[in-house]
Design a protein around this ligand. Structure first.
Ligand SMILES: [Zn+2]
Length: 259
C-alpha cells in the first residue's frame, strides 16, 4: 500500500485516486452483461482517475512508459506524435514536451486537430514517429483496416501504442452483427458504443494481420509494484506495442542446374 499517491500527468501529490464511476458497472450489470470489470486487463477501476486532472490509469501508464522513451531521444529533433481519439489530460501532457510535434484526430471530438476516419487517415505515408490508439478499436467497423492505416502513417521502426479493453475470460474475440441497439450493446459488449469484446489472442491477431510486429510489455517490466501503487496503475497492466518493421523480401530460390 502506497503511503501517498501521485499523478505523473499533472505532477501533483494526491490523497487517493477516484474509482471508475459506478454508472458503467451498473449499466452493464443491469443489461445482463456476463463479465465483471475485473475480468478485463489494464483497468484499475478502484483507482481510476486523478481528482486533479482527471487522467485515467491508462493515461498515467502511457506517460510513465513514454517519459524515459522521450528522454532517450535526440532532444534537437522533433518527434511527430499522432494521438487518435485524444484524452484531454494526456494530450496536455504530451504537448508540454517542447520536442514533441503533437497532432490529434477523431471522427467526432471538436477539440481534436483533425476530423478523421481511422479507416482512412488524412496523413502521408510514414509521417509519424509514434501513434497512440487507445480504446478506439473496440468501436470501429474494421479494426484490421484501422490498424493497417496506423501502420501506413508510421515511420519505419516506429511504434504504435495500441490498447483496447481485453477480456481475459474469453478465448476468441466476440462480435455479433445482429446486435445493433444501445441496449443490446450494453448486454453483449458491456458498453453502448462498443461493437466487440477482444480476447487477448484476438487483439494480438488484429495487430499482426495489420502487418505490425507485436510487443507485449507488462507494467512490471518498467515499474516496481510500489511505483504502480503510487501512480494508481494496476500491477497486472500490459502495454501492447505495434512495431513497423521492414518487410523482409524472401530471396528467390536459386535456379538449380539440372545435369
Ligand atoms: Zn493528475
Amino acid at each position: 500500500m502506497a503511503l501517498f499517491h501521485a499523478c505523473p500527468i499533472c505532477r501533483s501529490r494526491i490523497p487517493h485516486f477516484v474509482p471508475l464511476p459506478r454508472y458503467y458497472i451498473d449499466k452493464a450489470v443491469e443489461h445482463g452483461f456476463p463479465y465483471r470489470i475485473d475480468e478485463f486487463e489494464t483497468i484499475n477501476h478502484q483507482a481510476y482517475s486523478c481528482p486533479n486532472c482527471h487522467s485515467t490509469d491508462r493515461d498515467r501508464l502511457y506517460a510513465l512508459f513514454l517519459t524515459p522513451v522521450f528522454q532517450r531521444l535526440d532532444q534537437a529533433k522533433a518527434v511527430r506524435f499522432l494521438d487518435i481519439a485524444p484524452g484531454r489530460a494526456l494530450s496536455f501532457w504530451l504537448k508540454s514536451h517542447p520536442h514533441v510535434f503533437y497532432r490529434s484526430c477523431d471522427m467526432h471530438m471538436p477539440e481534436a486537430d483533425d476530423k478523421a476516419d481511422i479507416h482512412n487517415l488524412p496523413y502521408a505515408d510514414e509521417s509519424f514517429d509514434f501513434v497512440l490508439c487507445s480504446h478506439v478499436l473496440e468501436h470501429v467497423d474494421d479494426p484490421v483496416r484501422a490498424t493497417a492505416e496506423i501502420r501506413r502513417v508510421l515511420k519505419q521502426d516506429s511504434v504504435a501504442i495500441l490498447m483496447a479493453p481485453i477480456c481475459l475470460s474469453i478465448e476468441d474475440t466476440y462480435e455479433n452483427p445482429e446486435v445493433t441497439t444501445p441496449e443490446g450493446r450494453w448486454a453483449h459488449f458491456g458498453q453502448d458504443d462498443h461493437v466487440r469484446i477482444f480476447s487477448r489472442s484476438g487483439f494480438i491477431d488484429v495487430i499482426r494481420r495489420a502487418g505490425l510486429a507485436i510487443q507485449q510489455v507488462p507494467v512490471t517490466d518498467f515499474l516496481t509494484a510500489e511505483v504502480c501503487d503510487t501512480y494508481g496503475i494496476g500491477r497486472g497492466s500490459v502495454l501492447y506495442l505495434g512495431v513497423k518493421q521492414e518487410v523482409v523480401q524472401q530471396e528467390p530460390e536459386p535456379e538449380r542446374n539440372v545435369a
